[in-house]
Design a protein around this ligand. Structure first.
Ligand code: SF4
Ligand code: SF4
Length: 255
């Protein structure tokens, strides 16, 4: 049963991307599973946000957490890298379309699992954060790290083996799934050997620093400027100039 459910979930995510019908093209999705009682979920209350939700809060009887990453095609990254400061329309489209796609995929998964008699619950891909602290009570990025899908880079985004240019989704399931092997490894070259700081250099407003800090409010104000510019597309609080460098499409650290 756990293996069959896992296969169903992976196939549904891959099928959802293959049949997305979006302007945005994607690379192969990444999917990982973690036990809902992994103590790292509770630890997020100390490490990230005291009110961070537990898997049980999303789905009573939670047994497993699914984390997935939909990596943008290289063309999306190239479009946003074409100008130092201006954000590419392709990047905004990718953000809006991918958030919607994640919503469709999780809704489909919840319905399919329901047919198997398995409860599941999810939070939206974005918009689920405190407007003052800008901290999410269910961080898809932190969940991805717990599930072993990636690790945080100097730019405060999660770098997977397919890079950081893409969007994360997650789902809590009231059934056992085979936990993914958690390979604890560094994927950010700065943290590995100090030889990269491209994201810090690429940030047009100096919101990042090499001590690991980020001025979230300045970053957010810049993202809101582009949200206004691209409002006809939907909600697109984006910038992404720190996510188009050497770790955009792959981990920068060689195995
Ligand atoms: S651009 Fe370089 S320093 Fe910044 S997160 Fe990526 S690998 Fe790390
Ligand atoms: S999203 Fe833009 S403003 Fe925010 S840290 Fe990255 S490059 Fe800087």
């Amino acid at each position: 049963m756990p293996e069959a459910l896992a296969e169903l979930i992976v196939a549904t995510i891959e099928q959802g991307v293959a049949q997305a019908g979006t302007l945005t093209a994607y690379r192969k999705p990444l999917v990982a599973f973690a036990p809902a009682d992994d103590p790292q979920f509770a630890a997020l209350r100390h490490l990230a946000e005291p009110t961070h939700m537990l898997p049980e809060d999303l789905c009573p009887g939670a047994r497993s957490v699914v984390s997935f990453f939909l990596p943008f095609d290289v063309s999306v990254v190239q479009a946003n890298a074409a100008h130092r400061s201006r954000v590419a329309r392709e990047w905004a489209v990718a953000y809006v379309e991918t958030n919607a796609l994640i919503g469709c995929i999780t809704a489909r998964l919840i319905a399919l699992l329901g047919e198997w008699g398995v409860r599941a619950g999810a939070e939206p891909a974005t918009g689920n954060f405190d407007p003052e602290t800008l901290i999410s009570r269910w961080s898809h990025k932190s969940v991805a790290v717990v599930a072993g899908l990636g690790s945080f880079g100097l730019h405060h985004m999660v770098i997977t083996d397919a890079g950081c240019a893409g969007r994360f989704g997650s789902l809590v399931v009231a059934a056992d799934l085979p936990p993914s092997p958690r390979v604890v490894k560094e994927r950010c070259l700065y943290f590995y050997d100090g030889s990269c700081r491209a994201c810090v250099d690429q940030c047009p407003i100096g919101a990042l620093d090499v001590d690991g800090g980020i001025d979230k409010q300045r970053c957010w104000q810049r993202c809101l400027v582009f949200a206004e510019q691209f409002k006809a597309l939907g909600v697109a609080e984006i910038c992404g100039k720190c996510a188009i460098g050497p770790c955009a499409l792959a981990s920068t650290v060689e195995e």
